[in-house]
Write a protein that binds this ligand. Structure first.
Ligand SMILES: Nc1ncnc2c1ncn2[C@@H]1O[C@H](COP(=O)(O)OP(=O)(O)OP(=O)(O)O)[C@@H](O)[C@H]1O
Ligand SMILES: [Mg+2]
Length: 269
């Protein structure tokens, strides 16, 4: 198993009073080439779970349980080991791509920088590889756009640059936390399709976090439904969405039946 989380609990220290536990014993498994969707309303612990997996929890947090990445526990690694893992094994795509990009650096150079650091490529090879990645994430006229600045691109294009930067590090596990929330529905679908293709082509494992069941239905093989730090249910996406066993999942479904049904029909074809 690429990623195996056992009984993860996360709590935050408070200035006054006892620590507050916000993730109450989550377990999950994820294999290469597989996409796990995590869905749940705001504050349910989705981001805390993904930060824990990246080893990026703030100092005020305390985590127990196990987060095994290729058999090695993230929770017991030193900061030095974590840096290596983040550079080589886990990539992250953030919700707001502008914050992850350097506004004063051309996008090609930003991708190339990652390639040179992570893979030790020469300047020239890194540029060739950056162009290939831009084409892979379907930036139109990539050979011209490679020298654009982030502000010269659309939101959807910037999101794709964020994906290209994450891919430059050749991660085995990619965590995408609300990667398409800021995008309109058609661009959102394009970006999701790109992620879906990358999982299939590169055999990476993907965790896709969203509060939107339509997004999850579109590409997740399995789905974990969270509510206030607890697992409500987890299983094959089709199963969870077609025959939700938990009242909370039914409520989520009822809130957006049209789009979810449409997505399910899409994935049937
Ligand atoms: N640094 C922190 N210090 C204290 N509490 C925190 C911290 N980060 C998150 N929390 C709390 O942990 C809980 C889960 O937050 P989290 O960010 O994981 O939610 P989420 O499911 O990602 O929500 P959203 O859909 O809004 O992004 C919330 O109650 C939040 O207030
Ligand atoms: Mg979040």
């Amino acid at each position: 198993m690429m990623l195996s989380v056992h009984d993860l609990r996360v709590s935050f220290a408070r200035e006054h009073g006892d620590p507050v536990e916000v993730v109450h014993g989550i377990s999950l498994d994820l294999a290469k080439g597989e996409t796990l969707g995590i869905v749940g309303e705001s504050g349910s612990g989705k981001s805390v779970l993904s930060l824990a997996t990246m080893g990026l929890l703030p100092r005020t947090a305390r985590a127990t349980g196990r987060i095994l990445l290729d058999g090695e526990d993230i929770l017991t690694m030193s900061e030095r080991q974590l840096c290596r893992v983040r550079g080589r094994k886990i990539g992250m795509i953030f919700q707001e791509p502008m914050t992850a990009l350097n506004p004063s650096m051309r996008v090609g150079a930003q991708i190339a920088e990652g390639l040179r650091l992570a893979q030790g490529l020469s300047r020239r090879d890194a540029r060739i590889e950056a162009l290939r990645l831009l084409e892979m994430v379907k930036i139109p006229r990539a050979a011209e756009r490679i020298d654009s600045f982030p502000h010269e691109m659309s939101g959807g294009q910037r999101q794709r640059i964020g994906i290209a930067i994450a891919l430059a590090l050749k991660p085995e596990l990619l965590i995408a936390d609300e990667p398409t929330t800021a995008l309109d529905v058609t661009v959102q679908a394009e970006v999701l399709d790109i992620l879906d293709e990358l999982v299939a082509e590169l055999g990476i494992a993907l965790i896709l976090i969203s509060h939107d069941l339509g997004v999850i239905a579109r590409i997740a093989d399995r789905t974990l439904v969270m509510y206030r730090g607890d697992e409500m249910e987890q299983g094959e996406t089709e199963q969870v969405l077609r025959r939700p066993t938990h009242a909370y999942t039914r409520k989520l479904l009822a809130a957006m039946p049209g789009r979810v049904r449409a997505s399910l029909e899409l994935s049937d074809g």
